[in-house]
Design a protein. Sequence first.
Length: 125
Amino acid sequence: MQPETVSSICAVLAETDVINMVSRGISAPDILRGLHDSMAGRLARLLQSVAADGVVFVSGGLSADDGLVAALGRAFGKVAPGAKPVEIRRDPLSVYAGAIGAAIWGTFRFVKLGTRGVAWKQATA
């Protein structure tokens, strides 16, 4: 496997990199490995900046991506060589974390705006 380097600065640059790789005929597994390594490296640097160690829980849709979780494990060793090993954990249901959060937030906003709408209707009646 020859993973390609993908920009970790922003999604637009990463997308441009991927488009260029596809046009150059780079294989999908090499592109995907490059994307995984790029995202994992950025996350590992972020976690290292807050001195994360021990167990790190990964949630959301990407937690189901075995390639990304493996890349995250590799990235911790590169970012903080000699540091305590980090154990990455996830739960099969953790892929729903974002959807559950969005539903809770949507309910909060609906109730808040709905209450405001009732008060406005009463005040203008």
